[in-house]
Design a protein around this ligand. Structure first.
Ligand SMILES: [Zn+2]
Length: 75
């Protein structure tokens, strides 16, 4: 199941009675529809959430941090 992102800050669209949009990228909620990729690419909310998604992905086994040799005790 796809995660839905609906906790982004919203503001009322002045020219529409019952419409709201993302406070950061000004894209209407009806277009965003709870999906992160429907925010603008430079949307603060999207980049913030995206960072966590990337972090999660980077936490999967990759072993890029093991450059140091473990043969330290041989003296
Ligand atoms: Zn946004």
């Amino acid at each position: 199941m796809r995660p839905f992102y609906i906790d982004y800050p919203q503001e009322k669209i002045a020219e529409h009675q019952h419409a709201y949009r993302c406070l950061h990228c000004k894209i209407p909620t009806t277009i965003i529809f709870g999906l992160l990729e429907n925010h603008a690419k430079d949307c603060v909310y999207r980049t913030h959430q995206g960072r966590w998604t990337q972090l999660e992905a980077s936490l999967r086994p990759q072993k890029t941090h093991f450059d140091e040799p473990l043969i330290d005790e041989v003296d």
